[in-house]
Design a binder for this molecule. Structure first.
Ligand SMILES: C[S@@+](CC[C@H](N)C(=O)[O-])C[C@H]1O[C@@H](n2cnc3c(N)ncnc32)[C@H](O)[C@@H]1O
Length: 165
């Protein structure tokens, strides 16, 4: 349940009291992290067995890739965190789900990761510079990295902290 060092490093960009969406939340390591900082968090995943609802945490079970309606239609959040998940068709609706001035914290694997194992399919790997390209003209970028990491395991990742214009 250790949160990503990128998320902890830039969590201070998220204003106190802002609502947070943890997309493809997994076991909820970032849901728990932001709830612990006093935020109301909505956690979405197709497998919610590792997620526990509470006063601060809303859990939504949804498959984000099977063509079902977007489970957060009409809703917007003060921050969105996505880690270790990529489904490219979601980028437009994801950005539409942020309030103006909202914070995007996104970290996932990029091309080159295949030398370390999975994910290795191109669908699951960001292309060179892709996160920057995705936000260009829409967000103000506070921080961006594309690099090899060794913790929690060797991997190639891209990660961004950005504010919706
Ligand atoms: C590698 S885990 C990352 C979990 C979490 N973000 C983290 O970093 O700890 C990927 C997550 O994406 C979820 N996922 C994969 N395909 C999905 C889909 N089609 N719809 C919703 N969630 C999906 C999985 O259930 C899993 O929890």
């Amino acid at each position: 349940m250790t949160p990503s060092s990128w998320v902890t490093a830039w969590a201070g960009l998220v204003p106190p009291g802002a609502t947070v969406l943890d997309l493809a939340a997994g076991n909820g390591r970032h849901t728990a992290f932001f709830a612990g900082r006093g935020h109301r968090v909505t956690a979405v995943d197709r497998d919610v067995s590792g997620l526990s609802p509470s006063d601060a945490v809303e859990v939504i079970q949804a498959d984000l890739e099977d063509g079902s309606p977007w489970p957060l239609a009409g809703r917007r959040f003060g921050a969105i965190v996505v880690t270790n998940y990529l489904h490219r068709p979601l980028f437009p609706v994801l950005f539409d789900t942020l309030l103006p001035g909202g914070i995007l914290l996104y970290e996932t694997f990029m091309e080159g990761n295949e030398r370390f194992g999975k994910p290795s399919r191109p669908d699951f790997l960001l292309k060179d510079g892709e996160l920057l390209e995705r936000v260009r003209g829409l967000f103000s970028v506070t921080a961006y990295e594309a690099r090899m990491i060794s913790q929690p395991k060797m991997a190639m990742v891209q990660r961004i902290a950005a504010r919706l214009l």
